[in-house]
Structure formats: C-alpha cells, structure tokens
Design a protein around this ligand. Structure first.
Ligand SMILES: [Zn+2]
Length: 212
C-alpha cells in the first residue's frame, strides 16, 4: 500500500472511530437543561439516568450562589457561560477544562453531600490561568481555599482544612496549601490569595517576588 493510500485508510478509520465514539456519547446523554439567571448561563448535561435529582438541584443552586461571588472577588472578566456534564466515562471526581466541568456520577452517588466539588471546580474557570502560569499547587490550593471560604455545605460533607501533620509542606497542594493560605491570611498577609491569583492570571508569578 502506498503511503498516501495508507494515510487515507488510516484517517478514514480514525474518522469512523471518532464518529462512533461521539454517536455513543450522544446516545448516553439522558437530558440537557439550559438555565439562565442573573446574566449567567449554565448548561447541565446529564449522561446518567440514575443521577440524583436532589444532587443535581443542589449543584445548580450552588453554581448560581457561589460563581457570582467568585467572579466579584477574583475575576470580573470570567466566562458567563458554563457547562456541567455528569460524565459516565469520567473516572476521577471532577475536572475542569475551559468552561466545561465534568463530574463523576459515581462520586456523587457515594458522596451526595460533597456539593462543594462545584465550588472548587468553578474556581478553576474563574482562575483562567492558561498554561504555564505557575505551580500547580497554587492553582489547587487556591481552589480549595475558596471552597473553605465560600463553600455551601462543607460541614455536611465533613470537609475541612485538616490540622498540620509533620512531613506536610505548603506546596503539597489542595487542602494542605489551602490551610497554609488560610494561616497567612490571618497572620499579617491578609489578601495574599487574591495577589497570588492575580499574578498567576497575569503570568507574573515568581518564587521570589511577591509584592503585597
Ligand atoms: Zn482542582
């Protein structure tokens, strides 16, 4: 087979595989709801017919409660059009790419109170750092700090910033970094999270120069 023919066959094969995959994905969409409120649009795509309507309602309410606050506090220029997907193929807890958040239905079945996964994830949309903005632990630390500060059901989810354990470091990310940020905010560095967030978005973060 000539190279061109091989390439043609390969790309045809690739095309047919991707169209099968997207067709399968379309088939598993159980429903789609578009909600407009206060200048925001949330598109909620559900792929799991057994997904709890109660959890769904709470996720939507949390979005419309928390997202405007995070916009106001951290980034007025943030996207106003967001998509949530209850993604039956996603194996983690949740992940955000651009303005799309994928949530695991399995996680919410096992942890129905963990509604502030929404708060953490939508902060990633607000952050909008782009690539190579700075260390991952700042990104994740800020998202968990925001969850700690603005979360609607942390207590119900038994989610808290845990106490320091020896061996932990400020750059461990997530709750460990969030606890460090919370400590800084109350120990002479009030406002440091917003400063860090802005430096990350502007791609001006450095290890050695943070002007407060
Ligand atoms: Zn995250």
């Amino acid at each position: 087979m000539s190279l061109i023919r091989t390439l043609a066959v390969t790309s045809l094969l690739f095309l047919s595989i991707t169209s099968i995959v997207s067709a399968q994905k379309k088939q598993v969409i159980q429903d789609k709801e578009v909600i407009h409120k206060n200048g925001l649009t949330l598109t909620f795509i559900n792929q799991d017919k057994n997904f709890s309507p109660v959890v769904r309602k709470r996720m939507i309410e949390t979005f419309f409660k928390v997202y405007p606050v995070l916009n106001g506090q951290y980034n007025e220029m943030t996207a106003k059009d967001v998509t949530f997907i209850i993604d039956t193929t996603y194996k983690g807890v949740a992940a955000t790419q651009g303005t799309i958040v994928a949530f695991s239905p399995v996680w919410f079945k096992q942890h129905p109170e963990d509604i502030d996964v929404v708060t953490h994830e939508v902060m990633h949309i607000v952050q909008n750092y782009g690539s190579e903005a700075g260390p991952w632990w700042i990104t994740e630390g800020i998202a968990d700090y925001v969850r700690y500060k603005y979360g609607v059901n942390n207590k119900g989810a038994k989610w808290a910033l845990s106490n320091y354990k020896s061996g932990q470091n400020y750059d461990n990310g997530y709750r460990t970094t969030a606890r460090f940020f919370a400590w800084l905010e109350t120990h002479n560095y009030s406002g440091i999270v917003k400063v860090l967030d802005q430096h990350m978005r502007d791609h001006t973060y450095t290890e050695f120069r943070i002007i407060l």
